[in-house]
Design a protein around this ligand. Structure first.
Ligand code: PEP
Ligand code: MG
Length: 836
């Protein structure tokens, strides 16, 4: 096989870099790397020996496969497909073997020049990712004789096995994604495209985008119900096309809470109040605090291309780690919407188009910060210009990335701004990460000049329960800072000059809501008994001592799940045993005399601990995860068990093992505990429980219960593995419902197995925090619920309204339903009956 092929000029004329081609698809390198020629001759010649793999029916484009596997595309003129073949006379056919310099197409230069926007002819290597390209010639070249470019096979593409392979598959599909191809569906398509080696493009409205680029896909401006074309070129093109068409046609929802967006129309107000669109309903009285956009100086000139490229890539890597940490924290708090939003940010950050655009600016002499900001702004302009409100709202996400990257490059005070006790925060716009960094306890409300009810900040405000008004216009920024205002987001207004009566009325209403919350909180300290006297322990899911104190204040009966991953992430080596002991002892101390369930490290799967010496996983969710990881790194497990065994008093400690498959995992850990406890001279042993997170554990619950002191059901993973749906998959989020009857049946089996050995069963997955699910879980025989600290009062209140015997009947009916939606409908109906 010929490793290096030297291309000869196919036309006489001036060589131009691709970036000067007046077509963004070529100029942006989407079709591959190459060069262009401003032609002076009128016959296109073969630039090397090879086989014609494609000839367009209009004769304006020829594809040729070189002997070393390089796939060349020669495209004569710009937008010449529209000429319908006029002006082009092909002299070869697809499948012909040609030699270098052989005429391929005769061009009627005058005719084409008059009717096409440009004669510039492009030569691109469509599989340039798999080839090495030398430096291109510059200046004037002579057709058939001047050397243009050397192309070497990089070793991955063998003859007859080229990545592009010359195979092309095309299809069309109607976009089913709600709101069209905005950030999350685009990220989904990118995810699909990355599974294939073929080059994949999506076409719409005469434009093409690489399917590997989220920003390019968004830049097409595709709406819901639009038809797009999909082109796949390469060895696995057929499979790639099928997968892409399926991904285009598989509906995903526009936003987690989008369906719940309150509909408020923005009408000009005559009552002196500021009008806006309700993004999250609620009433607030607070001090207006104007958050000014940080106007930072960004140096335009860089300190050299190499230095700036290094700085850019370093910053991108740092921001990737920051976003991953935010996703992990959101996951630990059960904040699904937040996790998904930052997941979409990660896809944008990884976008090759954005990075390439920034790199180009750096090559032009700009600083990394200036280059990245320019790349983001160009893309934002594209999105704003598409006339699609949903896509325009994604500009805030790009801005969030810009802010994060510039913070790393230029340094910034990342500390949260100082807020008064009850602040109504007013800003031009906020990015999702800016909102999550505000001290939640001090934010009474949010008012934004821009934004929309479906942008990510609005989704977060709803998830966080912050009343929010968006799209208020520039008048928002003229509000008197420091004034006391009333915000009624549900009604769509903010009153910056409330009279005494209105202020009093608003305060009274807020006090009424607060009194109810307070009443629930006060009763929360007591035990939660159902009406027929069944005790349900309501504990809290926490990650540290501070959250534990908060949980106790909310009336938690204990900690039902301490995820110890927080001790292991965001660092470069494992914490010492002593460090772990101190952190866990702080949690136990914060609980006074209450018990704590502390889970051993649940690394792997969606929880990455990069410094652990573990192999890369093809399929992380099904690889080394949870207790499997700990058993694979025994020194890490021993350090953790040693730390836990030194806690005082051991009578309040319950150790929990994640991702147990069967009793073998449990027995191995029990043995280790025996050995370590003997070494420490302990006479007492803590309780040891297992998580039921996979169907095998639920099916074998009786065997596990024989050797475990308790079972705790992780409904997040149990749902993932029962439904075979990735818990992080954005398109499947709406179907990831733990109230699925299949999951309920596994919970029933778990309780049945546990009872055979007199063990109790708890639920620590997010389902326990869903008040609608309480009746189902109590009915299934679960006696411990571990929930978000703030929800302890509400869940205890739910338990007290229930009759356990009636719930048992209900649970049988629920298990017979066909879908989670049917289960939810029945539970809603039952709750309504109980309320009347
Ligand atoms: C679960 O899977 O339900 C669970 C509580 O564990 P995590 O969410 O940490 O995987
Ligand atoms: Mg889990």
């Amino acid at each position: 096989m010929t490793a290096t092929v030297t291309l000869r000029a196919p036309l006489s004329g001036k060589v131009l870099p691709l970036s000067q081609v007046p077509d963004p698809v070529f100029a942006g390198g989407m079709m591959g790397q190459g060069l262009a020629i401003e032609p002076l001759s009128s016959t296109l010649l073969a630039p090397c020996d090879g086989v014609i793999s494609q000839l367009s029916s209009t004769g304006h484009a020829v594809a040729l496969r070189a002997a070393n596997g390089a796939e060349l595309l020669l495209h004569i003129g710009i937008d010449t497909v529209k000429l319908g073949g006029q002006g082009f006379a092909p002299r070869v056919q697809a499948g012909d073997r040609v030699s270098c310099g052989q005429p391929l197409v005769d061009i009627d230069i005058d005719s084409v020049a008059q009717r096409a926007p440009s004669l510039i002819t492009v030569l691109v290597v469509t599989n340039s990712d798999d080839m090495q390209l030398g430096a291109a010639a510059s200046g004037m070249v002579q057709a058939g004789s001047s050397a243009l470019l050397d192309i070497s096979a990089s070793g991955t593409a063998a003859e007859g096995d080229s990545v592009a392979g010359g195979v092309s598959h095309n299809g069309q599909a109607v976009v089913a994604h709600e709101g069209g191809l905005h950030a999350r569906p685009a990220a989904l398509l990118q995810h699909t495209a990355r599974r294939f080696t073929s080059r994949i493009e999506i076409g719409f409205g005469g434009k093409h985008a690489s399917a590997r680029s989220v920003v390019a896909i968004m830049g097409l401006g595709v709406g819901e119900g639009d038809t797009v074309s999909v082109h796949a070129f390469g060895a696995d093109a057929e499979a790639a096309l099928a997968a892409m068409l399926a991904a285009v046609q598989t509906r995903s929802e526009a936003g987690h809470a989008a369906a719940a967006v309150p509909q408020t129309t923005l009408a000009a107000r005559s009552d002196g109040k500021l009008g806006g669109v309700c993004a999250a309903p609620g009433l607030a009285v607070g001090t207006l605090l104007l958050l000014a956009e940080q106007d930072r100086a960004v140096p335009e000139r860089g300190a050299g291309v190499e230095a700036e490229l290094t700085a850019l890539h370093g910053a991108l890597a740092q921001v990737r780690r920051d976003i991953e940490a935010d996703i992990a924290l959101a996951g630990q708090r059960g904040a699904r919407a937040e996790g998904e939003i930052f997941g979409a940010h990660l896809a944008l950050l990884d976008d090759p188009e954005l990075t390439l655009a920034a790199e180009r600016f750096i090559v032009d002499g700009r600083s990394a910060a200036h280059a990245y900001r320019s790349a983001i702004r160009v893309q934002s302009e594209v999105l704003l210009g598409l006339g699609n409100a949903l896509l325009a709202e994604r500009v805030a996400d790009l801005k969030d990335l810009e802010r994060r990257v510039l913070d790393v490059l230029l340094g910034s005070d990342n500390s949260a701004p100082q807020l008064p006790a009850q602040a109504i925060v007013v800003a031009d716009d906020l990015t999702p990460s800016q909102l999550t960094r505000l001290p939640r306890a001090q934010v009474a409300g949010l008012v934004l000049a821009r934004g929309g009810a479906t942008n990510h900040v609005a989704i977060l405000a709803r998830a966080l329960g912050i009343p929010a008004l968006v799209a208020c216009g520039p008048a928002a920024l003229q509000l008197p800072a420091g004034a006391e205002a009333v915000l009624d987001a549900g009604e769509g207004w903010l009153d910056a000059q409330p009279d005494a009566a209105n202020l009093a009325l608003a305060r009274q209403q807020i006090a009424g809501h607060e009194a109810r919350r307070q009443a629930l909180r006060e009763q929360s300290a007591g035990r939660a008994l159902t009406r027929d006297g069944v005790h349900i322990e309501v504990a809290a899911n926490v990650v540290n001592a501070a959250e534990t104190r908060d949980a106790v204040l909310h009336g938690a009966d204990g900690v039902g799940l301490l995820r110890t991953e927080f001790l292991f992430t965001e660092r470069t080596d494992a914490p010492s045993s002593e460090e772990q002991r101190a952190a866990c002892q702080a949690v136990l101390d914060a609980l006074e005399d209450r018990p704590a369930i502390i889970r051993t490290l649940d690394a792997g799967g969606d929880k990455d601990v990069p410094y652990l010496p573990l192999p890369a996983e093809d399929n992380p969710a099904l690889g080394l995860r949870g207790i499997r990881t700990s058993l694979a790194v025994p020194e890490v497990l021993d350090a953790q068990l040693t730390a836990l065994l030194q806690l005082k008093p051991l009578s309040r400690l319950r150790i929990l093992l994640p991702m147990v498959t069967d009793v073998a995992d449990l027995l191995l850990v029990r043995q280790r505990i025996e050995v370590l406890a003997a070494q420490l001279g302990l006479s007492e042993r803590p309780q040891l429980g297992v998580m039921i997170e996979v169907p095998s554990a639920a099916l074998l619950a009786a065997q596990l219960a024989e050797h475990a002191d308790f079972l705790s059901i992780g409904t997040n993973d149990l749902t993932q593995y029962t439904l075979a749906m990735d818990r992080c998959h954005p398109a499947l989020a709406a179907r990831q419902d733990a109230l699925h009857p299949a999951v309920l049946r596994l919970i029933a089996l778990t309780v049945h197995g546990a009872r055979q050995h007199g063990r109790w069963v708890g639920v620590c997955g997010a389902l326990a925090s869903d008040p609608l699910a309480t009746a189902a879980l109590v009915g299934l025989g679960v006696t411990e619920l571990s929930v978000s600290p703030a929800l302890v009062p509400e869940i205890k209140d739910r338990v007290r309204q229930l009759d356990a015997a009636a719930c048992q009947e209900l649970a049988l009916t629920l298990q017979a339903q066909r879908s989670a939606a049917e289960v939810r409908a029945l539970l809603t109906a039952a709750a309504n009956v109980a309320a009347h």
